[in-house]
Design a protein around this ligand. Structure first.
Ligand SMILES: *[C@@H]1O[C@H](CO)[C@@H](O)[C@H](O)[C@H]1NC(C)=O
Ligand SMILES: *[C@@H]1O[C@H](CO)[C@@H](O)[C@H](O)[C@H]1NC(C)=O
Ligand SMILES: *[C@@H]1O[C@H](CO)[C@@H](O)[C@H](O)[C@H]1NC(C)=O
Length: 462
């Protein structure tokens, strides 16, 4: 009898294991799980002091809590340095976040001089070079003083070996040029400065987002003079090959795709967003349509075809909805019903932009801020399903519409740069478009003397 019971138990365990691994087939991908080797190189010189060093440790622990630590996910190593570097935590020695955090908390402050160059070299030789994983490699240098040894060449060599370097400077003794020479370019992304150690908690979120962008959004989209991290969804879905017909957008150089109901713009999410999406991003699309029904301009479906993320155009109500995941019950749907949303339905070209952050989502139409709505905390997306564009909601049928652009930018700052320069119809009589450093401006040209009229900014145009 006891034997039979054991047999049943074994069977039950086997069944359960199968059930669990089937669930595992639908893994959620996000920054928590994106694989990367991450090394913190911490200044432990005299100028820091034991109290501030405790703050640094607490900051390190708080950043680490955002990641799932493990051989398949992120691995974190720590080097502390003063005159010489000390290997506090090697890469890949921890299988869980809790153990790693315990070890971080027990790091002892060194005291001494500031030999940053030596520490970067050490991190390369003893941590990165020993990791057998081929993936994103990131080093974060946190210092409060000028290095007392050669650092520029060492950093350049590390970057050449595909290590992305972030530099964080604390306090007034910092030399800005040195931080810039250590870190990757552009400095606006890879160099941070805070006035004192108390203030480093303020850059925790931005560092978390930047670290995530490195592992989740490795592709770069050329935008004006810079390369932006993100996803060109039209490229990801092979639209160029699948949609034959192009339309020239009048008065611009831009071409758009004429999507008909015969094409299927779908792709495995795993191929488009292999590591999911970062916590904050900007969705941008330029399109025109005539359909009066409800359709998803963009959607990411789970394996059982439920939308996890969607930008939905509600033709009946003339509103726009944004669907995303939710920690509370799986999904949340945010509907924008402001009167200005109706302009989307005038059959002309429009730009839709959604700034998505951890706490809110803001809708912009043709560069005009429409509405901001709060978001509940989100979950990672399942990557085993499909990513699609231009589908009727709840159906597989493709919508007939024209699309020029559909992108996700991982840096939320891109929201301030992405503009409507390429939208036709805005450079008609007297109006001209100016590509300025911060974006696209529309000014009214005074034909009598060729100067711009003051205050003739976009506001008055649409
Ligand atoms: C880390 O998080 C804890 C708990 O939220 C907070 O009390 C502490 O101030 C944080 N430390 C830093 C340096 O941000
Ligand atoms: C989740 O909760 C929201 C309200 O907070 C509700 O509108 C929505 O229908 C719920 N979704 C599911 C799948 O239960
Ligand atoms: C051009 O003409 C406008 C009025 O049409 C005037 O306000 C402006 O000062 C003139 N600019 C120059 C450079 O003369």
């Amino acid at each position: 009898m006891a034997q039979l019971l054991r047999l049943f138990q074994t069977l039950l365990i086997l069944l359960l294991r199968d059930y669990i691994s089937a669930e595992d087939g639908e893994t959620r991908a996000s920054c928590r799980t994106a694989p990367a080797d991450l090394v913190f190189i911490l200044d432990g010189s005299y100028s820091v002091g034991p109290e501030n060093f405790e703050i640094i440790k607490s900051w390190l622990v708080n950043i680490t809590r955002n990641f799932d630590i493990g051989p398949k996910f992120i691995q974190v190593g720590v080097v502390q340095y003063s005159d010489y570097p000390v290997l506090e935590i090697p890469l890949g020695t921890h299988e869980s976040t809790e153990n790693l955090i315990k070890e971080m908390e027990s790091i002892h402050y060194l005291g001494g001089n500031t030999k940053t160059g030596r520490a970067i070299q050490f991190a390369y030789d003893h941590l990165f070079a020993k990791s057998s994983r081929f993936l994103t490699k990131i080093a974060v240098v946190l210092t409060d003083g000028k290095s007392q040894d050669e650092v520029k060449d060492v950093a350049a060599e590390a970057r050449k070996n595909k290590i992305t370097l972030f530099a964080i400077g604390v306090g007034s003794e910092i030399e800005e040029d040195e931080l810039k020479a250590i870190a990757n370019k552009p400095s606006s992304t890879y160099v941070f400065y805070v006035e004192d150690y108390i203030a480093i908690s303020r850059i925790k979120e931005v560092i978390k987002q930047k670290l995530c962008e490195e592992s989740v959004c490795p592709t770069r989209i050329p935008v004006a003079a810079r390369d932006e991290k993100g996803f060109d969804i039209l490229v990801g879905l092979g639209v160029k090959k699948r949609v034959k017909k192009r339309i020239q957008i009048p008065t611009t150089n831009a071409k758009a795709y004429e999507v008909t109901s015969r094409v299927d713009l779908s792709e495995l999410t795993r191929n488009v967003f292999p590591e999911g999406l970062p916590p904050s991003y900007v969705f941008v699309s330029t399109q025109r349509f005539k359909v009066k029904k409800t359709w998803d301009l963009w959607r990411v479906l789970s394996l059982d075809k439920r939308p996890q993320i969607a930008v939905t155009i509600n033709g009946e109500e003339k509103t726009l909805s944004f669907t995303t995941t939710s920690l509370i019950n799986g999904t949340q749907v945010i509907t924008f019903a402001a009167p200005r949303v109706k302009t989307l339905f005038d059959e002309g070209w429009h730009q839709i932009r959604l700034l998505v952050t951890e706490d809110f989502v803001t809708l912009y139409i043709d560069d005009q801020e429409i509405e901001t709505k709060p978001l509940h905390p989100v979950l990672g997306i399942y990557i085993s399903g499909l990513t699609q564009i231009g589908k009727y909601s709840g159906k597989e049928e493709t919508v007939q519409f024209d699309i020029q652009k559909l992108r996700i930018y991982c840096d939320p700052e891109q929201n301030n740069r992405e503009t409507v320069c390429e939208i036709p119809g805005f450079n008609g009589e007297g109006w001209i478009l100016l590509q300025s450093e911060w974006g696209c401006a529309v000014r009214f040209l005074d034909h009598t003397n060729g100067s711009f009229l003051k205050g003739s900014w976009f506001e008055g145009l649409i």
